[in-house]
Design a protein around this ligand. Structure first.
Ligand code: PGA
Length: 240
């Protein structure tokens, strides 16, 4: 595990962006899984700034979302697909052929999950999984007790996660009860995992990862022992 403590929001975004840039430089056509949430917004801004000054070429990547709400069409502004288009995909001017976003409203949700896995597998698996971290240790929508060998699948969301995500919906929209998520098995097989950890609510979950003792009650600990795990964390979370 490579641990990078960062001292400002700019520094946090710059460290994470440097890892994405390195991955794209290393492998044209790299398969990259993208997170939503507050944590990666600065990363997306930073990547767009680097692309604007030709310090990276974002068109080299192939992008997938990590997760989505079940029942929510990608056109709906509350969807994760819409979040990623707003913060990254549309602003980067990516060709739709470079991007696969889960359809939360697919009539056959299991077939949609299988299609996401097949699209990733066709590229030889994920080259880079960019992850945020939930206060309960979740990665993507893999909640405590999740199977550590799964591919993309449907999960019920915990009340904790639904409450945390409700904060994004100032319009009173109610967070759906289920999510569709890349599974831990697939994330663990990513050649590089970039875990971004910011915010006091993540301290306990980060501590569990740093203890390097795998525990299904803390999904993030499934990453213990990964051969290329990079953790970019806010220095306020540094254990004393
Ligand atoms: P956050 O969410 O970036 O909004 O803190 C992270 C997560 O729950 O995965």
């Amino acid at each position: 595990m490579q641990l990078e403590w960062t001292h400002s929001a700019e520094d946090f975004a710059a460290h994470a962006a440097a890892r994405v840039v390195a991955c794209l430089a290393r492998k044209p056509g790299a398969a990259v899984a993208l997170p939503t949430g507050t944590t990666p917004i600065g990363l997306y801004d930073r990547l767009l700034a680097l692309a604007a000054t030709e310090q990276t070429d974002l068109r080299r990547g192939r992008y997938f979302n990590l997760d989505e709400y079940v029942g929510v069409p990608p056109e709906d502004a509350h969807s994760f697909a819409a979040f990623l288009r707003r913060h990254f995909i549309d602003r980067a001017g990516l060709d739709p052929a470079q991007v696969r976003l889960l359809r939360g409203d697919a009539s056959d949700i299991n077939a949609e999950a299988a299609a996401h896995d097949a699209a990733v597998a066709a590229l030889g698996g994920l080259d880079l999984a960019i992850l945020g971290l939930g206060g309960n240790g979740h990665i993507a929508f893999n909640e405590p007790g999740a199977d550590w060998n799964s591919g993309t699948h449907v999960v019920p969301l915990t009340e904790e996660t639904r409450a945390a995500n409700q904060a994004y919906f100032a319009d009173g929209y109610v967070v759906p009860s289920h999510g569709l998520t890349m599974g831990i098995g697939m994330l663990r097989r990513a050649k590089t995992v970039l875990l971004m950890v910011s915010g006091a609510a993540k301290a306990e979950a980060l501590g569990m990862l740093l203890a390097e003792s795998p525990d299904p009650a803390w999904p993030v600990t499934a990453l213990c022992g990964h051969p290329d795990l990079i953790v970019v964390a806010d220095s306020a979370l540094r254990p004393t």
